[in-house]
Design a protein around this ligand. Structure first.
Ligand SMILES: [Zn+2]
Length: 374
């Protein structure tokens, strides 16, 4: 393929001359840590079929992992975290207006969650692994939060909350903590009435309120014992991501966090949160291109579901819902690999966003459409 003719046209980026391939961003951390293994961490949304932006981020993770392996001679693993803690249903207290939410895990149960993961990502990830030779694993948030390392980080974050609260919630200092009701699984979205009764390195107790069952006490122990009264850890996005990244940093490998570039502002806060810990080493990060609608807003599942046409204008149906892809899942994987390979051909093409119209143009120019001659 003649990439000179079909490559995106991108302005010079601030890293031009310093970075030849976007994976080089992790080289300084690899040299400093001396690790011979790299674990890349990326997210998997199960609150609906993935849209093109999600697929671009995930395909980027596979290609960046393969390049890291080939360029730096390290072993690579791709670890996906499935967000089964995402809100599935919401209610409001008719008296106070307090918003309650029940997660996919609590509303649907573990078996149905595994089914959703298989439906949305199974074939796609298997195809990407087969083509790139990069192994991958998928762990749900529910599995992760039950492990002792996650519980220990949660407990430690409580002991540092005086400093963390203003980093994780700079406007008001309120970090939402909402352990779901042990009887029904509903939790206050913002944890307005959650109160930390006790917090130490070994265990913590949080008082919270359920709309139907009144007050309850959630107990978290550092050893993550499977006792019936062991709480499910529920917390806000930034706090939860801090805990995940702190757990990832414990691994005997360089942990690399892969996220869409729309996360850059939030990751600045996460980096500042890391600095609240002694001997802090910030996580290595790779940001991937965001896919935008014609309006410049990124594709978003909630806006797609809400039928906000200004946020989806100019998009083809399969770009908003991978389930509408007209070909096989292998063909979808090959299309994504071809597209993201173009984006990765120069850092300036990777450090920018793409409208769905421009994605369609690139796909046609590169002959990536199914049925197009190779
Ligand atoms: Zn309840």
């Amino acid at each position: 393929m003649n990439t000179a003719r079909i490559a995106p046209v991108s302005p010079v980026s601030v890293t031009t001359g310093a970075v030849e391939h976007s994976v080089d961003f992790i080289r300084p951390r690899l040299l400093a840590s001396g690790h011979d293994r790299v674990s890349l961490y990326a997210g998997v949304q199960i609150n609906g079929a993935p849209h093109l932006g999600t697929s671009v981020m995930q395909t980027s993770a596979f290609l960046l992992a393969r390049t890291a392996r080939d360029k730096f001679g390290v072993d690579v693993t791709l670890r996906f975290g499935a967000l089964d803690n995402a809100g599935c249903e919401t209610r409001r207290c008719p008296r106070t207006g307090t918003r309650y939410e029940r997660s996919f895990r609590h509303a649907l149960g573990g078996e149905r969650i595994q089914e959703l993961i298989r439906t949305y990502y199974g074939g796609f990830f298997d195809a990407l692994s087969a083509i790139t030779g990069v192994p991958h694993e998928i762990e749900t948030y529910t599995q992760q939060q039950s492990r002792p390392d996650f519980r220990q980080e949660f407990l430690e974050s409580l002991t540092r909350m005086d400093a963390l609260r203003w980093v994780l919630a700079p406007s008001h200092g309120k970090v939402p903590m909402s352990p779901p009701c042990p009887r029904c699984g509903w939790a206050q979205k913002q944890g307005e009435h959650t109160e930390v009764l006790a917090a130490g390195p070994g265990h913590a107790e949080l008082a919270a309120v359920c709309l139907d069952h009144g007050g309850y006490v959630a107990r978290v122990r550092a050893d993550g014992t499977d006792g019936a009264d062991e709480a499910y850890i529920g917390s806000g996005t930034l706090h939860r991501n801090l805990l995940k990244e702190r757990v990832a940093a414990r691994e005997d490998a360089l942990a690399v966090v892969v996220k869409g570039a729309d996360w850059a502002a939030g990751c600045r806060l996460l980096d500042e949160a890391f600095l609240c810990y002694p001997q802090a080493v910030l996580p290595a990060r790779l940001f991937t291109p965001v896919v935008l609608s014609a309006s410049g807003a990124k594709l978003s599942k909630s806006l797609i579901r809400a039928g906000r046409t200004e946020a989806t204008a100019g998009s083809e149906p399969w770009m908003l819902d991978a389930g509408a892809w007209p070909g096989t899942v292998e063909e979808y994987a090959r299309l994504l690999l071809g597209l993201v390979t173009l984006m990765l051909s120069e850092p300036r093409h990777f450090e920018r966003g793409y409208t769905t119209l421009e994605v369609a143009r690139l796909i046609d120019a590169a002959g990536l459409r199914i049925g197009a001659p190779a």
